[in-house]
Design a protein around this ligand. Structure first.
Ligand code: SAM
Length: 389
C-alpha cells in the first residue's frame, strides 16, 4: 500500500507544521495496525467462522490461525498468484501435531471475486474486507453489499478503507495506490455504510487506525473502519447454504489442523500423558526403594513378591493435584510388575479432560499400553526401562 511504503518513524517529521507534504511514519506499520484491529475483535467476539475477502497473500489469515476459537478460516482473492504466494505458511507445523488444538481448524483459500455468490461462505460469524472496497469499480461496488450483506449475511462485517482526508499529509498525487478506484472522506464512507446497514438490517460503528499527528487531528484516522453487526431487532434473511448450493469459487488451497476432535490425535495425547505419568510414578517408587536400600541394605527383601508394604507410604510425584486423587486406588507392585489403576490415572486433570470416563480412557490406550487381565490397571515392568520407554 502507498501509505506503508513510506519510510516509518513513529511520528511526524519536524517540518510537518510548515509542510503539507510531511512524511508520516506509523509504528507499528499501518497494515499491522489494521491486522491488530481485527485480531482484537476476534479476541473480543470469539468468532468460529471467519472469511477474509481480498485476503491477498493471506498475512491476516496467518495471524488469525493461532486463535483457538476459530474453526473455519477462509480467504478469498481475485488474484490466484497472490493467494499461492504464501499458502505454505498456512500449513500445520510439527508443533501443531505434537500439541493438537482442542477444536478442529480448517483453512481454505478460494480464488474468486467478492461480488460472486458462493454459498459455502454463508452465515459466517465474521467477514473482513481490509483495504478491499476501494479496488472495486462502481459496478462491482454496487453488487458488493448485495453479496456480502444480503446473501452471505454474516453476524459481523469489518470494512476498512483509506480516509482521503488524511491524504494531504502524504506525498501522494491522487490516490494512495494506482489500483484504487476511489478514496472516500469520512462522510462519504459513513453515508455509504449507513445506507448499506439500513438496507440489510445491520448496525454500524465507525473507528479507524493510524492516528493523525498532533495539530492535524481534524483529518481523522488514516484508515477508516466500519464495524457492522446484525441488528437483533431486525430479523434479516439468513442465507441457507443448502437452499442456494452455489459453488463458484475455486479452491486453491485447503488444510485441516490436527485436533483433539480427531480420534487418533486424542489417542496420542492420552497415551502420552498416561505413559509419562506411569513412568513418573514408577521412577518415584524406584528412588524410594533405592533410598531405603542405601539406608538399610541388609533389611531389604530379596524377593519383592509382596511389596505392597513399600507402597503404604508411597505417594507419587503428583501431589498436590486434588483430594480426589488421594481417594483413588494407589499404584501397586506384584513381583516385578508395577500397576497403576485406571481410576487413579483418570483422577489426573489432564487425563480427565481428554477422556469422558474411565471406559473411554481404557479404549484409547488399550492398543498401545499394556493393561492387566481385567483391564483395570496399566502394567509396566518395574525395572525394564527398554520395554516401556
Ligand atoms: N486485505 C489484504 C491486506 O490488507 O493486506 C490485501 C489488501 S490489497 C490492498 C487488496 C486485495 O483485494 C488484493 O489482494 C486484490 O487482489 C483483492 N481484490 C481486488 N478486487 C477483488 C475482488 N473483486 N474480489 C476479491 N478480491 C479482490
Amino acid at each position: 500500500m502507498g501509505e506503508n511504503s513510506i519510510e516509518c518513524k513513529s511520528m511526524v517529521d519536524e517540518n510537518f507544521e510548515d509542510s503539507p507534504n510531511a512524511v508520516i511514519k506509523f509504528s507499528p506499520p499501518l497494515y499491522r495496525q489494521r491486522y491488530q484491529f481485527v485480531k482484537d475483535l476476534v479476541v473480543q467476539h470469539e468468532p468460529k467462522k471467519i472469511a477474509d475477502f481480498g485476503c491477498g497473500d493471506s498475512s491476516l489469515l496467518w495471524m488469525l490461525k493461532f486463535h483457538k476459537c476459530i474453526e473455519l478460516l477462509v480467504g478469498v482473492d481475485i488474484k490466484e498468484d497472490k493467494l499461492r504466494r504464501k499458502e505454505y505458511k498456512l500449513s500445520p507445523l510439527i508443533g501443531d501435531y505434537l500439541k493438537p488444538r482442542e477444536q478442529t481448524l480448517t483453512v481454505t483459500l478460494y480464488h474468486g471475486s467478492v461480488v460472486e455468490r458462493d454459498s459455502r461462505l454463508c452465515g459466517f460469524d465474521l467477514i473482513t474486507c481490509i483495504e478491499l472496497i476501494e479496488h472495486l469499480d462502481s459496478e462491482d461496488l454496487a453488487k458488493f453489499p448485495k453479496v456480502v450483506f444480503g446473501f452471505l449475511s454474516p453476524a459481523m462485517v469489518v470494512i476498512s478503507t483509506p480516509n482521503s482526508e488524511f491524504n494531504p499529509l502524504f506525498p501522494v498525487v491522487k490516490f494512495r495506490d494506482s489500483d484504487h478506484k476511489f478514496e472516500w472522506t469520512r462522510i462519504q464512507f459513513q453515508t455509504w455504510a449507513l445506507d448499506v446497514a439500513d438496507r440489510y438490517g445491520y448496525l454500524v460503528e465507525f473507528t479507524g487506525v493510524g492516528k493523525p499527528p498532533a495539530r492535524a487531528e481534524d483529518v481523522g484516522y488514516c484508515t477508516q473502519i466500519g464495524i457492522f453487526k446484525k441488528n437483533p431487532t431486525r430479523a434479516a434473511e439468513v442465507c441457507d447454504p443448502e437452499l442456494h448450493g452455489e459453488h463458484v469459487y475455486k479452491i486453491v488451497y485447503t488444510t485441516t489442523y490436527p485436533s483433539l476432535q480427531q480420534k487418533k490425535y486424542r489417542q496420542y495425547a492420552v497415551v502420552n500423558e498416561v505413559v509419562s505419568q506411569v513412568h513418573d510414578m514408577r521412577r518415584a517408587l524406584l528412588e524410594r526403594l533405592k533410598l531405603q536400600d542405601d539406608r538399610d541394605f541388609e533389611d531389604m527383601p530379596e524377593d519383592t513378591d509382596t511389596p505392597e508394604a513399600l507402597f503404604e507410604s508411597f505417594h507419587p510425584v503428583l501431589t498436590p493435584l486434588n483430594d480426589h486423587m488421594e481417594k483413588t486406588p494407589k499404584p501397586f507392585c506384584i513381583g516385578n510388575v508395577f500397576y497403576v489403576p485406571l481410576e487413579r490415572l483418570f483422577s489426573l486433570p489432564k487425563v480427565k479432560h481428554l477422556c469422558i470416563n474411565i471406559e473411554m480412557l481404557k479404549t484409547l490406550i488399550a492398543d498401545t499400553v499394556m493393561l492387566n487381565s481385567d483391564g483395570s490397571a496399566v502394567m509396566v515392568n518395574m525395572y525394564d526401562q527398554e520395554n516401556d520407554d
